[in-house]
Design a protein. Structure first.
Length: 264
């Protein structure tokens, strides 16, 4: 007896309809007459030569300027490392308080989550601008900004990972009469350490990238030198700074990937 395979349902009309709706919505958001964003595509055509000239200058890095970037890059790495280290220490209790399996108390859990959401909702450049005004130009506002940024990312991601996992060992510990703090210290934290390590290393990678932007508002590091050379239209110096940042980020990413393999 031969089996009759039912015809495959047609899904392309629905896909075309969804794509068409997205295209129409995108076009409407570019029409200033109905409140959309004023996207001047003609400016790209008119000013392409200016952009081409700038790209040509960026493709001619001045390697003689490289020694001047070493100290600012060292400051950037110090900011990234110290910010990630302090965030790693503070993120452990905050994450355990923000996750349901490690904090059954709904009131304190919601308070911690609300604080973390507030921290995450403020852009890092806003933090840096405020902290520069409070503490002055230098590495300190950049370090504090990276610390706050890392706290928001680490606690949010790790606590959600803990919530989504099953924790039968915690139930067994409760049945044996252990307190929640004992369970967190002896069971939950060791089980969650690989999650923490992944996010700590990821935060370190992000810190190097972000610190290059924070220098625009005077938060120290290589970003401050980058902003200075942009101000003088020294695109050959800007190019060598960008290349240095790229190399450093790649090295840190390779090292962190090797560490992740050993940890996990």
């Amino acid at each position: 007896m031969s089996l009759v395979v039912p015809p495959k349902p047609r899904t392309w009309p629905k896909t075309v309809l969804i794509l068409g709706a997205l295209v129409v919505l995108t076009v409407l958001t570019c029409l200033p007459a109905i409140g959309g964003v004023d996207v001047d595509f003609g400016a790209i055509t008119r000013n392409w030569r200016n952009g081409a000239n700038k790209m040509a200058q960026l493709l001619q890095p001045d390697f003689a300027f490289l020694p001047r970037t070493f100290l600012p890059m060292l400051e950037t790495l110090q900011m990234a490392l110290v910010g990630a280290a302090f965030a790693a220490l503070v993120s452990i209790p905050l994450t355990l308080w923000a996750a349901r399996p490690t904090n059954p108390n709904g009131v304190t859990r919601r308070i911690v989550r609300a604080v973390i959401n507030v921290i995450r909702s403020v852009p890092d450049l806003v933090y840096a601008t405020i902290l520069v005004a409070l503490t002055g130009v230098g590495a300190l506002p950049g370090l504090l900004t990276l610390f706050l940024f890392d706290i928001g990312v680490i606690v949010k991601l790790v606590s959600e990972a803990i919530d989504s996992d099953k924790h039968a060992y915690l139930e067994a510990g409760h049945a044996a009469g252990a307190t929640q703090s004992q369970l967190n210290r002896a069971l939950a934290l060791p089980q969650s350490l690989p999650l923490f390590w992944n996010q700590w290393l990821y935060a370190l990678e992000l810190n190097v990238r972000i610190s290059a932007i924070l220098g625009i508002v005077g938060a120290g590091g290589i970003g401050r030198l980058l902003n200075e050379r942009f101000g003088f239209y020294a695109y050959d110096d800007v190019s060598i700074i960008i290349l240095e940042i790229l190399v450093v980020v790649i090295i840190i990413e390779v090292c962190s990937n090797l560490l992740r393999r050993r940890i996990t």
